[in-house]
Design a protein around this ligand. Structure first.
Ligand SMILES: Cc1cc2nc3c(=O)[nH]c(=O)nc-3n(C[C@H](O)[C@H](O)[C@H](O)COP(=O)(O)OP(=O)(O)OC[C@H]3O[C@@H](n4cnc5c(N)ncnc54)[C@H](O)[C@@H]3O)c2cc1C
Ligand code: FES
Length: 479
């Protein structure tokens, strides 16, 4: 499927709703509103669908590891049932959009399994089965798994699915534009201000709207701060050539530690195995490459895979109660201001449900999950962990060619790259969100913030918020 392309924003515009971010949350909200004939503009800082959603393993499932018994204990039957319902409807909405808009995105029906290799965890699986069944979800324990290594048992949810998330989001974008919606790419939002209406501005244009939806994975602005109510979590992801896909017939995640998650997929040349894990707090790791080496060792010990094809990091935000934060954080002081974050790495169905919830809010309709996902609900204040850089070096001579490190000069900290040709490039090491010192990610070649998960490209430009501004240049760096 050909990628969609959209122009960058220029000049001043007026609309009813401006959505910031073209991931699964932003595009689901946009399409739902456009289907109701409402005017919407989407602003995307990079490209449609290529960030967290496009980099995910894209399991469309209501099986979120072992969440339901936890939800029953923490939010009771009503809350747990609302979570299950939101995700059932989110999954159903994805399938309907794929069918109604003819989106070609390699949708495949697959069961979802949470498996264990440790007999002591069997009671956890059984308790989860009872919890899920009590909420009307079809869940069963199986002991024989379609896997090429020994396991004890798994909790199986039949009738789940997987897809190619980039193709799906390109399809949503196309359907939205066909209904008259407008998308601007390479249009990073730098400010969101209130006044007579919300005013959202990029470096080259602005939009005024009655509603603003901050669908940027981590909020770039919110009347109730979300960065300290969540915890960013990064994952190592790898894809391998895999000529025996029947050995892995389903989508799998471990109940054991470290958490492994895997499924098969396809590219133009055949079958692939997609594997994830371990995870780590963003920016807290001084050798991300070691995490990938560990993942590759585990994969090769468990599956007959061929060449490693691709590798990448992806991050999402956890919440203390494992429930996303979606809706209007302050409907009295900031009416029409919506956010969605904290998907706990289950934002394909939850993110679609978020789109339904927000579009209901904008249309003035009651949504049954509004209270459960309330972004300003009470949460423990010790869940978020700030961190310091993991990349301090004593001098530039300690930075290998091709690498990066944090060099202190007087009171200043510099993020220094040692290029292959021997030259040095320095930036301020201060994250432009709230000033924490960034770390070097030696796999992605990015500067990652250990506080709230901002990610900057090697040249300092923003890849992932909450930061909106690039790392500052440091022409004064003393060599
Ligand atoms: C490794 C991994 C695997 C996962 N696998 C699954 C899975 O199998 N199933 C599942 O349900 N969930 C999964 N998830 C979770 C899921 O992918 C996410 O929760 C979901 O995709 C988040 O969607 P989003 O729209 O919030 O974010 P995104 O897709 O990142 O969309 C946000 C968009 O906002 C844009 N943006 C940011 N700042 C600005 C700005 N200032 N101006 C303009 N645009 C901006 C970004 O460029 C981006 O395109 C996984 C997560 C991870 C990390
Ligand atoms: S992301 Fe908040 S300080 Fe860097």
């Amino acid at each position: 499927m050909a990628a969609t392309t959209h122009p960058a924003l220029e000049g001043a515009h007026l609309t009813e709703t401006v959505i910031i971010g073209a991931g699964i949350v932003g595009l689901s909200t946009a399409l739902r509103l456009a289907e109701q004939g409402r005017p919407v503009i989407v602003l995307e800082g990079l490209r449609v669908g290529r960030q967290v959603s496009g980099r995910s393993s894209a399991k469309i499932t209501t099986q979120h590891r072992l969440i339901y018994r936890h939800l029953l204990a923490s939010v009771g039957v009503e809350g747990a049932a609302a979570y299950a319902e939101a995700n059932i409807l989110g999954a159903g909405q994805i399938r309907r959009w794929i069918a109604n808009h003819g989106i070609s995105c390699d949708l495949q029906e697959k069961p979802a399994y949470t498996y264990t290799c440790e007999r002591v965890r069997l009671p956890d699986l059984e308790a989860e089965m009872i919890a899920a069944n009590s909420l009307g979800l079809h869940a069963e324990i199986v002991e024989q798994l379609p896997l090429p290594f020994d396991t004890v048992a798994a909790l199986r949810f039949p009738d789940q699915a997987q897809f190619n998330p980039v193709h799906y989001l390109d399809g949503l974008a196309r359907a939205f534009v066909d209904l008259g919606g407008k998308i601007f790419e390479q249009s990073r939002v730098l400010s969101v201000d209130d006044g007579h209406r919300w005013r959202v501005a990029t470096s080259a244009g602005s939009i005024e709207a009655e509603n603003v939806v901050v669908a940027t994975n981590m909020t770039i602005k919110s009347p109730v701060g979300m960065a300290n109510r969540t915890q960013p979590r990064s994952h190592a992801v790898m894809a391998f050539r895999f000529d025996n896909p029947s050995l892995v017939d389903g989508m799998f995640i471990a109940a054991d530690d470290p958490v492994r998650s895997f499924r098969t997929g396809r590219d133009g040349s055949g079958s692939v195995l997609l594997a994830l894990g371990p995870h780590f707090d963003t920016g807290h790791e001084n050798d991300v490459a070691a995490r990938f080496a560990e993942l590759e060792r585990w994969v090769r010990a468990h599956f007959p895979v061929g060449d490693s094809l691709w590798y990448w990091c992806n991050e999402d935000y956890d919440t203390a109660d494992c429930i996303p934060l979606v809706g209007e954080p302050d409907p009295v002081k900031a009416p029409g201001f919506y956010i969605a974050t904290g998907f706990n790495a289950w934002g394909i169905t939850n993110g679609t449900a978020a789109g339904l919830l927000i579009s209901d809010g904008i249309a003035g309709r009651v949504n049954p999950w509004r209270e459960l996902y309330d972004p300003s609900r009470s949460l423990p204040d010790d869940f978020h962990r700030n961190g310091d850089t993991a990349s301090t070096v004593s001098g530039v001579s300690d930075i290998p060619k091709g690498g990066g490190g944090i060099v202190t000069r007087g009171k200043e900290k510099f993020a220094v790259r040692h290029l292959e040709d021997g030259t040095l490039q320095a930036l301020s090491a201060q994250c432009t969100h709230k000033g924490c010192t960034v770390s070097w990610n030696n796999v992605e070649q990015t500067w990652d913030c250990p506080c709230h998960g901002s990610i900057f490209a090697a040249d300092g430009s923003v890849i992932h918020g909450p930061a909106r501004q690039p790392l500052k240049k440091a022409p004064e760096f003393p060599r």
